[in-house]
Write a protein that binds this ligand. Structure first.
Ligand code: GLY
Length: 352
């Protein structure tokens, strides 16, 4: 078992090992937990792994109740969130009980937000079932639901009590969903570890899942421990996301998050090279790795429309944006850009 301790205000462990889901109940007992576990999952994941999870919890002596939401980002909303709260109340969950999020980012974010707010806060654990949630959203305590005007606009920082990652659960992922997670993995290499970046080109991520997830979580741990509330260094995790989110919006959410993060990373690396901030060879290296994982790198939107979409994103702080700019492999830095200063970056990065 690879165990990564995350030393936030409420510290916790991320435990990673293929085949470990049946052992989760016993793990919770060793952590001193008892009472009820409310499993929140979706109608794609629960039929695959719900029974194994519930059996493990019941055999360890927990009362287990389950609430299944429809799969898909469109259900990460206030209505489904309210239904989760009503369910917890009907099942008489108390503050000493536990929520368990079995699923990807939608289930994890929504369950975390329910845990942050039900009875003014109770504990929850994350059991990620996508690569993206394993390497990113299950760790760090960002919880949220979407509002009609934008994504993740209602949320809270609420760290989980445990992240239990069984990479065997990722084997059922559709290729396109797995690929989305690969974009986030490549992001970590470009962000902070050149050797890790190179290793992703030498051996496919699927063939080194435990190592890859562990390394990404270690990097996220270091950043989150330093800046739990996302006021500074944590914004580095937005590498490729500022323009990536803008592309998602410009596509009417027809392009996936991973595809847009890939294009966002490629764009900002090309822009950095055009401005002489990173080696001229870096965009080619980044693009080659993204393409080898089936991810897109050229940008099908104009600079003006992307700038407008980026400015309406919630990460805009006042009249300035924080771009994450590659200076070399494994060395990215935050650059403060005024709202009217985006176009040179977008044009330098290849947007028409
Ligand atoms: N997903 C970025 C963060 O946790 O800050």
């Amino acid at each position: 078992m690879n165990t990564i301790h995350v030393p936030t205000g409420r510290p916790y462990d991320v435990c990673i090992r293929a085949g470990s889901l049946p052992e989760l109940g016993e793990k919770l007992v060793t952590m001193g937990r008892r009472g009820t576990v409310a499993v929140i999952s979706d109608d794609t994941v629960f039929p695959l792994y719900g029974e194994t999870l519930c059996r493990s919890l019941a055999q360890a002596g927990f009362r287990v109740v389950c609430h299944i939401i429809p799969a898909g980002e469109e259900h990460k909303n206030l209505t489904v969130y309210a239904q989760v709260l009503e369910f917890l109340a009907r099942e008489h969950l108390t503050r000493s009980d536990l929520l368990a999020a079995l699923g990807g980012g939608v289930v994890g974010d929504l369950t975390g937000f329910a845990a942050a707010t039900y009875l003014r806060g109770l504990d929850y654990i994350q059991i990620p079932t996508t690569l993206l949630s394993a390497v990113d959203s299950s760790v760090g305590g960002k919880t949220a639901v979407d509002l009609s005007v934008g994504k993740n606009l209602a949320g809270a920082f609420h760290q989980p009590s445990l992240v239990w990652c069984d990479p065997a659960l990722l084997s059922s992922l559709p290729e396109a969903v797995f690929r989305d997670g690969c974009a986030e993995v490549i992001k970590y290499g470009l962000l902070g570890d050149a050797a890790f970046f190179q290793s992703l080109g030498e051996l496919p991520i699927r063939q080194q899942l435990e190592r890859v997830i562990t390394r990404c979580v270690e990097m996220k741990r270091d950043i989150v421990a330093d800046d739990e509330l996302d006021r500074g260094r944590r914004q580095l995790l937005n590498l490729g996301h500022t323009f990536g989110h803008a592309m998602e919006s410009c596509s009417g959410y027809q392009l996936s998050h991973g595809q847009c993060v890939a294009m966002g990373m490629a764009l900002i690396t090309r822009a950095a090279a055009a401005m002489g901030l990173c080696p001229a060879s870096l965009p080619g290296e980044v693009e080659a790795l993204l393409i080898s994982y089936g991810l897109p790198t050229s940008v099908p939107f104009g600079a003006e429309e992307l700038a407008q979409a980026a400015l309406s994103d919630k990460k805009r702080s006042g009249a300035r944006l924080h771009l994450v700019v590659p200076h070399d492999l494994g060395d990215c830095r935050l650059v403060d850009v005024p709202a009217d200063g985006l176009l040179p970056w977008l044009r330098g990065g290849g947007a028409a």
